[in-house]
Design a protein around this ligand. Sequence first.
Ligand code: SF4
Length: 370
Amino acid sequence: MSTFASKKSFVPKKIYVEESVASTPLSKRIIRHAPHSQVDVIADAQVLLEKAASSLNKGSWQNNLLLAKQRGPFLRRCPGTPKYLCCLYYNLDVAAGCDLGCTYCILQGYLNNPLITIHCNTEEMYHELDSTLRKNSRIFYRIGTGELSDSLTFEHLTELGPELVTFFADKRNAIIELKSKNVHIDALLGLDHRGRTVVSWSLNTIEMQKSEEPLATTIDDRLYAARAVQNAGYKIGFHFDPMIDHPGWHEGYRDIVDKIFRFIKPENIVWISLGALRYPAPFEHILRENHPDSRIFLGELLPGIDKKLRYFKPIRIDLFGSMVKWIRSYSKEVFVYLCMESADVWRKAFGWAPRSSAHLKQLLDDRVKP
Ligand code: SF4
């Protein structure tokens, strides 16, 4: 029985399985864990996706799950932006889509496919990873599965976490980061991870969690799960992204920083990232249409040099500078970094800046290299 229960685990009404992946271990496992879901085997996912994309009622597809073949590479460099400092991260695209429905989630604009999709040809994924890591043995890879989805939200169906932890346990030039707002961690606890997995949680103020992430687990539950994972010897990461400018944010974020250090020992935190609310301008109408009552629209956002809408620089500097001050009151060592910000904002908020994206990558790699 699960010790850590998410609010409501996703149960697909219908599972579409592409014929080419129907007999993979991952497809079989997912179907076994969803005994009440109707299963349809389809010849080609593309045909279904076209039908779903042109459907008038896209919402009706969201309760369904597509098990498909990943036709492109699984591993991709995070697109970042050349105009800001980037940590040079890699994304492993096993799943695309998420059931947690955060109001600010940019997947609402990025993904044109309304079905949550899990790529089940994972044998090819492990082969691709093996060959990339071996071929580029001098490069150190920080890899995450939390870019196009939440890393743990489908664990009750996929049980992919333990597989990834075990796969990365003997890799010398890579770590895997499982980044989540969920608490499906039971299966991770007894594993021989050898320090090659970082388990991370995205955090926000209690108020923002309630209004903007209502389907995700509470902040306290995430921290309880982080403590359990810490006790199992894992390194922990935290991501305050997106930080949201709202009345009372000083007290709200300060309170979460206090909680972190009550739950987690500073020496077990590999990094804390900070990023302020931002999204591509063309996505604004989608976010507003999907979440008309969201409080993310209360603040004023302006186009930055990457054309994404962002808060005024002084607001971002205040958000980041305040956070780093509160974190430093507990620990001088925990590495705090900014996601996609200019060197100028770094300097004004932190008093220093990495020399380049490569330098930032080096600093993060050093936190987790064997
Ligand atoms: S948890 Fe992440 S991927 Fe899922 S809806 Fe929220 S922001 Fe999007």
